[in-house]
Ligand binder design. Sequence first.
Ligand code: GDP
Length: 446
Amino acid sequence: MAFENLSSKLQETFKKLKGKGKISEKDLKEAMREVKLALLEADVNYKVVKEFISSVKDKCLGANVLESLTPGQQVIKIVNDELTTLMGTSESKLNFSDTGITVVMMVGLQGAGKTTMCGKLALNMRKKNKKPLLVACDIYRPAAIKQLQVVGSQIDIPVFSMGDKVKAVDIAKAGVAHAKDQGYNFVIIDTAGRLHIDDDLMGELKDIKAEVKPSEILLVVDSMTGQDAVNVAETFNNEIDVTGVVLTKLDGDTRGGAALSIRHITNKPIKFAGMGEKMNDLEVFHPDRMASRILGMGDVLSLIEKAQQSIDEKEAKQLTDRMMNNDFNFEDYLTAMDQMKKLGPLKKVMEMMPGAGGKELEGLDLEASEKQLDKTKAIIQSMTLKERRNPSLVASSAQRKKRIANGSGSSIQEVNKLIKGFEMMRKSMKQIKGLQKNAKKGLFGK
Ligand code: GDP
């Protein structure tokens, strides 16, 4: 999970502070020492850590936290604010061209996740009603063009390519002309990556930049490489003056060193984060929400946005109505489970809940819960349509239960458990409805 190690260390430190009614200067000093160590272990740049700690200390003194009634909370708030500032304060939006076609150059080293990010960004833009076109300019790495085409076909977004015998700058130019011609208004140029930064690569990127005059040059870096990512970002930025940074593989970055240092070192905003290998695993980078996740306060706003994007609102409303009217059947249950799945693996959803960062998830076997959901799905899928629509048919027939158990590779007990759980859910819905009715009648006051 993103920032897992850093998150649990910081939370442990703050737990100690929160437990105290009053904190002494010594307590504060010790806490700051622990925060410093946690940040250094997270591979945050040394200079950044030093400035961070000094700023937190100043703010604590300025706010008179030692005299405060809730000193622990105050320190956490200050650290939260400073973490947010460190990562950029507020969301940094993409620059769009006002001439009709926005051109974005994606740059970065090989393996950073550039091609994947081209696809994610294209998909994200289409959701925002843009018409994206991908342009394949990596003419060096074998199969790079093919990889972009595969990504494009996965999300049904066209890829402009001219093979690997034409100069990258000419492909970029022709790609933009093609977009103009064909009515695309968002062009994403996948440039070549190298294993290391070299003059040829930088020369080529400068040529493309001069030719297509992009609205954005986004530098894609692998957050799991920590300080290396920061160094790469510094060099790229000095050479071609990028407009923003995209952090990939943040889902696997337990430390967070790159995320916490890159903005401060390069003075360029982090615009997006890659949170997985799938095309939907893209997040707009919100420094405040990231800080909140690091401190275990969850990120409910992102979760809601994700739900809004992934879930069909009309379908959800129909489901709730059916639930409330007690019409809810096994078919609806299947739909509800599918909707939930669209939010992603349970673990990722849980990580966004307040108090569920780091250690709290350790005791929970979320994979087992996920498997249980699959099992439930298999059982329901082994029912006939008639049975799914009339749950009582199954409940009253041992023969049907046996057939369903056999069909889904489960035991009769498991089928019984599902039916029982389902009945209980219907009963609770009935009760909730009853309460709502009474509330309307005014039984619970005005
Ligand atoms: P490129 O060489 O920079 O174009 O990198 P690719 O797009 O080919 O990605 C390299 C590898 O990283 C692939 O296996 C991707 O699936 C994986 N990858 C890319 N972005 C992410 C991400 O956000 N999270 C995770 N876990 N893997 C990613």
